[in-house]
Design a protein around this ligand. Structure first.
Ligand SMILES: [Ca+2]
Length: 505
């Protein structure tokens, strides 16, 4: 740990000199939330965690094509982290390390995806007196689930499922019981389960039976594919004739080392404009449907009198491509795939937002601190409370490092982003201020030679700090270009018939 901390301090010092000042600290802050009072009791924590939701799919964050009234409400009442990222992935199933990182506060380079031997957020809160609960998706194995929680209903053990027939189980006496197929759409099923828990908790408090605060972890399976929202939710967006993503491409322009995998199979190559428009509509429909379930949960908090003393976190495990850059999945380091929503509302947290660089795993020490629990040593996350507490933000990250397996490495600062693809010896340099959609590669531009060298050094500094030994180039690179036109595809078993007929036949 000492070596890592020392090396990070070096990276931090290096970065201080090369980031624009506006990158750091709060950019807005205003009146405290209505009714906020000095807290005596420790707050409850309700953690709503979406699956595969891009940061640019929240209306209140600037996307006027999508309806998210309940997320907009959280944005309007809480603190937004506008440059929040997942710390890359060691697997094509980006969900798995993302969840392990948020529950342990450690990057995947320093903690196994099984979380074995590492203290988890729910257990630490439980040891400090919290009553913990889970409903929703658990993608890190049954053993790790039972190591983390004693209580939960409607839990889906796996990565994805048909949203209309998700197989769920409950935790009872340290084991999994009542395996069944959920009778409602996944998001409704999980919302029902947490609303029931909130009601029980409120009743126990009202009767004096329990004074324990709660930690409720609610990882939804939406908007992960199958992109099958109830029909009226997709019809709404088909009718709007959505524009193509600004960085729509029929195919990715080169082989990034992750072109062929399940997520990318969901449409034929080349991706046609009509297919991408429809898949974006279906994706937005899933998000709007999820948003309504979030609204039901927020209403339950209000009705139970719990809202004033509950921290609500809304986040997603990572983003998604859905047609951007010729890609569909999250197995790439573009902004659309690595950035994800993070909004925190609760007692003592005013409305506001920041452009500072955060990682999802910062939630680990943040939520522990909110519960009065000291974070264990050896973590990578940092407490986010200084952003909203008004006491000034300590020296903060001036860049983010994004590693994906051994095939991609990226670093971004306030303005520029370098992505390295070692296996094909290829690099991309983007000016995110001028080109937020990452379209114009400046790596060969003589005017940006110094910037490219600076970012390369920054990337190497992060590698040293994190103990990452993946080389940034190889002696015998694979061919750069790869045309996937006509590549055969097979649907996975979770896709419903209409999706198979529409996108596979
Ligand atoms: Ca995911």
């Amino acid at each position: 740990m000492d070596r890592v901390v020392a090396a990070l301090a070096i990276v931090g010092a290096t970065l201080l000199s090369c980031a624009a000042p506006e990158a750091d600290g709060p950019v807005a802050g205003a009146a405290p939330a209505a009714g906020a009072e000095p807290q005596e009791a420790r707050p409850n924590i309700l953690f709503l965690f979406a699956d595969d939701q891009r940061a640019d799919t929240i209306r209140a964050w600037g996307n006027e094509l999508i309806d998210t009234p309940n997320l907009d409400r959280l944005v309007g009442e809480g603190w937004s982290f506008r440059r929040n990222y997942v710390f890359g992935s060691n697997s094509g199933a980006v969900c798995v390390p993302s969840r392990a990182m948020v529950l342990t506060g450690r990057s995947w380079m320093r903690s196994p995806n099984s979380m074995e031997g590492v203290p988890t957020l729910p257990r630490l809160l439980e040891a400090a007196g919290y009553r913990t609960f889970i409903t929703g998706k658990w993608h890190n194995g049954e053993e790790a689930l039972l190591r983390s929680f004693d209580r939960g209903t409607a839990i889906y053990l796996g990565g994805m499922a048909d949203h209309t027939q998700t197989e769920v189980q409950d935790i009872e006496d340290g084991g999994m019981v009542r395996r069944r197929v959920g009778e409602k759409f996944s998001s409704e099923l999980f919302a029902d389960a947490v609303i029931e828990f909130l009601g029980e908790q409120a009743a126990a408090e009202a009767s004096g039976e329990s004074e324990q605060p709660f930690f409720a972890y609610v990882p939804f399976t939406a908007p992960h594919d199958p992109r099958q929202p109830p029909p009226e939710y997709r019809e709404r967006y088909y009718e709007r004739d959505l524009p193509l993503p600004a960085n729509y491409m029929p195919q990715h322009p080169f082989d990034n080392g992750a072109l062929i995998l399940r997520d990318e199979n969901l449409a034929a190559w080349p991706r046609t404009e009509d297919v991408i428009r429809d898949q974006v509509a279906e994706y937005y429909g899933l998000i709007t449907h999820l948003d309504e379930q979030v609204g039901r949960i927020l209403d339950a908090l209000d009705e139970n009198g719990q809202a004033q003393n509950t921290i609500v976190v809304y986040a997603a495990d990572h983003g998604l491509s859905v047609g951007s850059h010729g890609l569909l999945g999250k197995q790439n380091l573009y902004e659309h795939s690595m950035r994800c929503p993070l909004i925190i509302r609760g007692p003592g947290i005013p409305w506001g937002m920041t452009n500072a660089f955060t990682y999802l795993y910062d939630l680990f020490p943040t939520l522990l601190a909110a519960g009065g629990v000291e974070a264990p040593p050896g973590i990578d996350g940092r407490d986010l409370a200084p952003f909203w507490s008004g006491g000034g933000v300590p020296t903060w990250r001036k860049s983010v490092f994004l590693p994906y397996r051994d095939v991609m490495r990226a670093v971004r600062d306030d303005r520029f982003k370098l992505i390295v693809y070692p296996q094909v010896n290829h690099r991309q340099l983007f000016d995110l201020t001028e080109d937020p959609d990452e379209l114009e590669n400046l790596i060969a531009d003589p005017d940006h030679k110094e910037t490219a060298a600076r970012l390369e050094a920054l990337l190497e500094g992060w590698q040293t700090a994190m103990g990452d030994t993946v080389p940034l180039s190889v002696a015998d690179p694979a061919p750069l270009h790869r045309d996937l036109t006509g590549t055969e595809r097979e649907p996975d078993r979770w896709q419903p018939d209409w999706i198979v007929e529409k996108y596979f036949d």
